[in-house]
Design a protein around this ligand. Sequence first.
Ligand SMILES: Nc1nc2c(ncn2[C@@H]2O[C@H](COP(=O)(O)OP(=O)(O)O)[C@@H](O)[C@H]2O)c(=O)[nH]1
Ligand SMILES: [Mg+2]
Length: 398
Amino acid sequence: MMSSNSSGALRLRRKKNVKKGIQFCLMVCGASGTGRTTFVNTLCGRRVLSGKDSDDPTIAHLEEGVRIKPVTVELELDEEGTRVSLTIVDTPGFGDSIDNEACFGEISTYLERQYDDILAEESRIKRNPRFRDNRVHVLLYFVQPTGHGLRELDIELMRRLSPRVNVIPVIGKADSLTPLELAESKKLIMEDIEHYRIPVYNFPYDIEEDDEDTVEENAELRGLMPFAIVGSEEVFEMDGRRVRARQYPWGVVEVENPRHSDFLAIRSALLHSHLADLKEITHDFLYENYRTEKLSKSVTDPSLSQSGMEAESLDPQSLASQSVRLKEEQLKREEEKLREIEIKVQREIESKRQELLARESQLKELESRMVREQTPGSTMPGSMLSREDMEDDAEVGA
Ligand SMILES: Nc1nc2c(ncn2[C@@H]2O[C@H](COP(=O)(O)OP(=O)(O)O)[C@@H](O)[C@H]2O)c(=O)[nH]1
Ligand SMILES: [Mg+2]
């Protein structure tokens, strides 16, 4: 089922995965009725989500903030026992009739809240051993199978969410398009993504740095974007095989048949080949950016961090005061350094001054000695400096 990469490193990673069970979090998002729920159940091979979620636009606004509920399932990926603890976040589907702004806001608030939780946990002195990292590693954005490119709504949502999460565009219910329509639609969608510069996750690779297999694999996956999804909750007996499929009067659409859908490719990318990369980008790039934004915001304007934030989940005040304190400490250290330099310079000036004074008095004495020497019969005072003494002193001062 999974691609058969048998490199040593991968085998090692698999072994580790067997022991620990890797954690991964997937969010599905898109218009109502694009097949998100069905896809999730197909991916998990069992009914994880019930069809009756609150996609009903008439009650959407009533349940604000509680409709996004993550569900975690344990999946066994292969015969070797590779396990993934998969958390699925289904988002309320939006349509033409409901206020999409509320829905967008709810999704991005959810994504940011998971980052806030990590931020708060990182800054705690005593770590909570039961803390769970619920950051979303990838968002599958379901585009409607219209045969056209993206709608304004699609563009706006993907644009808004892509700074916070890896976005992968997919076409839901792809079996409603003919192969030609599907190919055309894929092309139009990718053109839109490029034109509007939506930073989707595009299976990044570096021809110079990455090995041939990686480059080939990633280029292939990139070529499939947006992935054509077919989901089904039914399994049929076909030629002695059990096949997950959709049955129509005119034929059968097989979910795992690459000629019918890209389901296997996206499944393998998400749960196997690109799982680690998606997690890494989430942590090293997306979260890091969020963290920087957040901390710099709370330093420049502490009041900003207080609005729209739950006190217990982040404690923005303590975060803000923590970074202010760090800044203050740094300033203090710099001030101390300056003060030291100042004292040193003052000391030097003082010693030069003393030196000058000494020379002045030496000159005076020399002068008076010469005067006395020119005056016959005068006595030489015992305190007179010799020439050598004077030279020594001059060297000390130099
Ligand atoms: N043709 C087709 N219909 C699908 C597919 N997946 C789901 N459906 C149907 O589309 C309708 C909406 O699916 P659902 O998964 O509830 O969509 P959601 O609102 O996005 O969660 C249901 O009647 C499903 O049976 C698919 O891949 N192809
Ligand atoms: Mg649904």
